[in-house]
Structures are given as C-alpha cells and as structure tokens.
Design a protein around this ligand. Sequence first.
Ligand SMILES: [Zn+2]
Length: 406
Amino acid sequence: MKNKPVQKQLLKLNDIKLRNTLSLLGVLMRHGCLSRIELAQVLGCDNTTVTRAVRDLMSRNLITTAGKTELQHGRPRELLALNSNGACLIGISLEPDRICGALTDLNGRPKIQERLHLEECRHLQEYLNALDKVMQRLLQESSGRIAGVGVSTFGTSLTPENGILNDIANFPELKGFNLRSYFMEKFNLSPVFADMMICRMHYELNRYPECRKGSTLLVHLGSGIGMSIANEGAIVLSRNQHGGELGHNICEPDGLPCPCGRHGCLETRCSAQVLLRQARIAFASPNMTFREFAEKYTSGNACAVQLVNDVLKFLAIALANQINNLSPDTLVLVGRLMELGERFYVALEESVRTLLFDYTSQPLTFAFRSSGEWGAEGAALLASNRLLANPDAFDRACPKQVKNMA
Ligand SMILES: [Zn+2]
C-alpha cells in the first residue's frame, strides 16, 4: 500500500463550506422538518450560509422541500427535510446466532429489513453464506445509491481499521477473520466497524435526543453484558470502537468458569442465558423459552422471583459500582432482561439506589428500553456518523448530481 503524502491540516475555503453543509444536514436529521430561518437560528449562522448549504445538499439529492409552515402573519415558510429517496445506508448486525441487515436513509430509518437466524451455526462458510444472502437482498433494493455501510460485530476485541475479529470465545472459526477484505472483495464496499455497544449507543443518541444532554451510561443485559458511555452526545472511552466489557468484570473471586477463560465474571451470574438455564432446571422444563419464564416472573411465581432476585444481587452491585465511579445523568438499560417488565425495573432500580451515594443517586434517571430490533439500524447510524464527521468521505459518497443541460 502506498503511503499518503503528509498534508497540512489547514482548512481550505471549500472544506469550511462542506463542514457547514454537513452541520446543516446533521441539524435537519435531528430535527426533522425545518425552514431556512429556523435552520439559521439553530446553527447560529447567516442566511447566505444556509442558502448555500441547502443548495449544495439539494444538488446531492439529500434533502427536499416538505410543504410550508402555516404562519398567522407573513409569508408561509418553505420546510426542508431529509430526502427519503436520496442516498441510503446499509447496516449489518452480526451476532453468533443471527445476522440482521437494514437498508436505511441517512438517519438510520429502515426501508428494508432482512433477518436470518442461524441456530447452532459455528462454521465460517455457513455464516458467510448467510451474510451474503442478506447483503444481496439489500443491494438489490438499493438501486446503487449506497453512501455507506456500517457493521456491528461481536467478540471482545476488534481492529476497526481492517475489521479483524478477535477473541470470539463462542465462535472460534471467525477468529482472525478479515471482514474488511471480505466486504471489499465481495461487494466492493468498505464498511465502518464497531462493536454492538457502540452501535447501540449511536441508536440511543439518535432515537432519544434527551440522552444527548449530560452523560449517559448504556448497559446491555442480554446473552452478553456490555456497556458504553456518552457525554453531551459524543461517545467516549471507546478505544478501537469497542464498548466496555462490564459482563467480564469479575464479581466473585474463584467463581464460575466463563467462556473468556477466567472465573467469576458477571456474565456467569447475570446473563439472560444463565437465567434461562437455571429456570429450565428449576421448572424441570428443558424447552422453556425466555418469554415463558418472563411470564412466570411477571405473574409473581415465587420460584421465578427467587431466580431473578439471585441475578439482581450481582447485577445491582455491578451497576452501582459503575454509577458511583462515573456519576452519569442517565442509566439506560436494554437487552433481553428487559422482557422481565415493570416488576424487574422497580426491583432493579431499588436495589441499585440502595448502594449509591446520594450525590450519584439524586441526579440519576433510569431508562428501561423494552427489547426491539435495533442492531442493523445502529450499524447504519455508525456509517451515517462517519459521513457527517468526514467531509472527504461525504463528498465521495454523496456526489453532486450533474444536471442534464440539453
Ligand atoms: Zn469472562
């Protein structure tokens, strides 16, 4: 590979214009419909800058007019919005037992979704065939207007530049696999990679704007347990596009063996998988689903409540430790355990708060998000955020359309 010449980091006039254009696009994506005057107010800039940026974005087919405001006085103002028929993104969420894909607009709103379940699949070729199938379907529907691809990955370590998967305890054949080369050779696309916690945080910040204020600690409680932190809308402490390994915080010295090779990790006590395994034994029901267990718990079944209370003991300590360290304004909880519903939310919040210092408990808001599909959208938002932050990449991915002068 050739080395790029060292370039001085001076902003040229065109760079500044393009950055203004991207700022305006970002505001429009967050707010939905806005008039030119409102855009100037939100951005704190003059009307000429807005006019120039709007013209630029329209020439790239990215925004469009969206009706007019009804004003009591004065002329109605034309509203602008993201063009749903403009450039699109592909988001792919890779999990050991399923692959989800979405074709979305620049705001991660899905137009097409595709999902493949892979029970017990632990073979590389089988996994890649499934990924291929999902990609082909999305590419077919995209009419060639792909502005970016984001991929959410699993495993405990990822090299984001080349997309090499590492330390995948439960899928050894994927270890060391170079995803970037694969996407380049197969689809001529160069994705942005991050682990699922980073993608989930992008999703959170996009869908729940209140999480852009102050600091947010996001914790995923599913078959794995992970975390991510954002401050004022920016994801922080995410070296290599990787969230925190809360699930592998050791909660018991010399505790139960963990797939990571160590002993006593939080996941050995609190993951949805562990809870379900124990429930199947306790209820002598080897095929019980998590949903069936959740129904027993929500209806107050004493055995189910006891099993969840055992999980809560470990979970509350782990969460309280993080909160006392980081003092977040918001704790967002997502993942499979949220299917346990209101009874669980109340019990968890109470158990955590009893372990917090007043100064960390008082400003803290708990937010429980019931399960939903978000992996592929979060991955698409990863690509969207990369475009908004990188004028060169944006210019290449969303070129100005050449007008037919005939
Ligand atoms: Zn572990």
